[in-house]
Design a protein around this ligand. Structure first.
Ligand SMILES: O=C(CO)[C@@H](O)[C@H](O)COP(=O)(O)O
Ligand SMILES: [Fe+2]
Length: 216
């Protein structure tokens, strides 16, 4: 198990994205979380390939790309070409999950699958052997700055037990409403990667907040 922080640039200052990325480059964050929304899978729009490739040009951090879009298989290759290191799609957004996972891997990118708060951990278990990462959503996807949904930590613990039982090295990531107050219990439950947007970019000292989240 590892401890990684993946700051979500959805909460960054888009007018100063270069400055915010430089701050992340100097921080202890190993990953950068890129939230892509299509206005169909979620009731919001964010950004796509141009923003991802612009960030790629100025960072060597792992670009952790979270696709909240329907029919993600249509765009996987373009996100890989734009510089994603990990592509995570939603189990609820595709009709052929095994084919989508194969497409991600064929592009030479690590494959992740996310489950929404109401989707049980059992839905993802049959695919664990093929997955580099499972992302547990701890808010309804679509917006930053929401409150953590109680019960999400138990989903992390359940997934940790399943991963240990089948001996896979799939990484567990949690996303949504992560604060300095609940970060520690995610690591204790077996989570490897914490996504945080508002907690980092809304703080007076984002670099310090990343440091503190890692040690929560
Ligand atoms: O995927 C999403 C939202 O759909 C997240 O990645 C958010 O961007 C996390 O933001 P905070 O809840 O940490 O502010
Ligand atoms: Fe996300």
């Amino acid at each position: 198990m590892s401890r990684i922080i993946s700051p979500s640039v959805l909460s960054a200052d888009f007018l100063h994205l270069g400055r915010d990325t430089e701050m992340l480059n100097r921080s202890e964050a190993e990953w950068i979380h890129i939230d892509v929304m299509d206005g169909v899978f979620v009731p919001n729009l964010s950004f796509g390939f141009p923003v991802l490739s612009a960030i790629r040009k100025v960072t060597t951090k792992v670009l952790d790309t979270h696709l909240m879009i329907v029919e993600p298989e249509r765009y996987i290759e373009r996100f890989a070409k734009a510089g994603a290191d990990i592509i995570t799609i939603h189990i609820e957004a595709t009709e052929d999950l095994p084919a989508a996972i194969r497409t991600i891997k064929t592009c030479g990118v690590k494959a992740g699958v996310s489950i929404k708060p109401k989707t049980p951990v059992s839905a993802i278990v049959p695919y664990l052997d093929d997955l580099d990462l499972v992302l547990i959503m701890s808010v309804e996807p679509g917006f930053g700055g929401q409150s953590f949904i109680e019960g999400s930590t138990e989903k992390v613990a359940e997934l940790r037990r399943e991963i240990d039982r089948c001996g896979s090295d799939t990484v567990i990531e949690i996303d949504g409403g992560i604060t300095l107050g609940n970060a520690g219990e995610q690591f204790t439950a077996g989570c490897d990667v914490l996504v945080a947007g508002n907690t980092i970019f809304g703080s007076d000292d984002p670099t310090r907040t990343i440091h503190d989240l890692l040690r929560a």
